[in-house]
Design a protein around this ligand. Structure first.
Ligand SMILES: *Cc1c(COP(=O)(O)O)cnc(C)c1O
Length: 381
């Protein structure tokens, strides 16, 4: 093929000295704030510089990743390979899975709830008190009936409250929104126990969505393996790409049973594709980032990073306790929880704080020196 060279861009004025200085300042500010961030789950141990030339192009993965559309400037092939990798780790049924690279965990959760509503229009969504704030907004968009369930002190759903609530609403199919790593304490709801309750109550029509935004990329490497994926009974799973995997641009992965997705697919002539996703235009760069991440880390690399984070979390927990701070963490969590710190420290170390507790999230890029400094600051209060 005789590919034409890229047409030179028409002249634009160069940045003024003041604007360039402003960008330089911004760069330094972001660099410093990235190195001192300890309370939000963004892994930063990555180097995607090999992909930087892709910023010269307007990649757009509009439509279904598995259907080749009319527009060719996309990264579908890379998207599919990234999806295959995560489908295998999520133990998706071989011939009955589908997915796409989303803008993040929230979109994946919206997608799972949307599929559930199409399957069970009269269903009731059950979610725990500790669920991510975005669920309320998603349920509002979808106008779905919902009931909030109590949480246990560690942040996990209260199974007794779930059982009692399901019992009195047996005439409506339950849609369980399970947390695989809650926002504040990284607690994991157990799909085995949840399915046991549904079996015990003889409720065959059910839908389970795993909100694995935080732990979807961690849980497959834990021993014992948490019960959260397709083999454990999930109908759909959302994972964030910019959390433990790491990405400079927010993104995520949603996976679902293909049979659920087929119910909502409709053909769109304009793009020569299926409209199976939530947005129209979709980011074409983040699927390449997700592909690059799995190619350069693989399962072994991800497993090793989980180990690093677990060791850092154990170290931080121990250091806090030695310093007299009442810190704790859930089993195999990389989040260490402690009594709420002052606003000053919340801002200094970007420590997420809610409901009387603060937390540190031990992403693999956190250093022991940073942990020691933060522990000393918190203990001094
Ligand atoms: C981060 C998170 C979300 C939202 O994911 P985004 O990628 O920020 O959209 C939802 N649920 C849980 C449990 C999360 O940790």
């Amino acid at each position: 093929m005789n590919a034409p060279a890229k047409k030179p861009a028409p002249p634009r004025s160069p940045l003024s000295d003041a604007d360039r200085a402003r960008l330089d300042d911004f760069y330094r500010y972001i660099e410093e704030k990235s190195h001192s961030e300890a309370g939000y789950p963004s892994a930063m141990d990555y180097d995607y510089s090999e992909l930087k030339d892709l910023l010269d192009y307007s990649l757009n993965n509009v439509g279904d990743p598995f259907v080749a559309g009319t527009s060719k400037v996309n990264s579908r092939e890379f998207e599919i390979e990234a999806l295959q990798f995560w489908a295998r780790l999520m133990r998706a049924p071989q011939d009955d899975w589908w997915g796409y690279v989303t803008n993040g965990g929230t979109e994946g959760n919206l997608y799972g709830l949307y599929l559930a509503r199409e399957l069970y229009p009269k269903g009731i969504v059950y979610f725990s008190q500790d669920t991510h704030y975005s669920v309320t907004k998603n349920l509002h968009f979808l106008n779905m009936r919902n009931i909030m369930i109590r949480s246990q002190p560690n942040g996990e759903i209260d199974y007794d409250d779930l059982r009692e609530t399901l019992k009195v609403n047996r005439d409506s199919p339950p849609i369980i929104f399970a947390n695989i790593g809650t926002t504040m304490t990284e607690a994991k709801d157990d799909l085995g126990t949840i399915n046991g309750i549904l079996d015990e109550l003889a409720i065959p029509n059910r839908y389970i969505h795993s909100d694995a935004a935080m732990c979807g990329s961690i849980a497959p490497f834990l021993e014992p393996r948490p019960r959260f994926d397709f083999a454990d009974g999930a109908d759909s799973i959302a994972i964030s790409g910019h959390k433990f995997i790491g990405s400079p641009i927010p993104c995520g992965i949603v996976l679902a049973h293909r049979s659920h997705v087929n119910r909502i697919a409709s053909a769109i002539a304009y793009i020569g594709n299926l409209d199976t996703t939530i947005t129209g235009s979709r980011n074409g760069h983040t699927p390449v980032i997700m592909w690059y991440a799995i190619k350069t880390m693989g399962e072994a690399g991800l497993r090793a990073r989980v180990q690093i984070s677990l060791e850092l979390a154990a170290y931080a927990e121990r250091k806090f306790i030695e310093a007299g701070v009442g810190a704790w963490r859930n089993p195999d969590a990389i989040t260490v929880v402690f009594p709420a710190v002052s606003e000053e420290l919340q801002h200094k170390w970007q420590l997420a704080t809610a409901g009387g507790i603060s937390h540190m999230i031990l992403m693999p890029n956190i250093t022991r020196e940073l942990i020691d400094t933060i522990v000393a600051d918190v203990a001094a209060e």
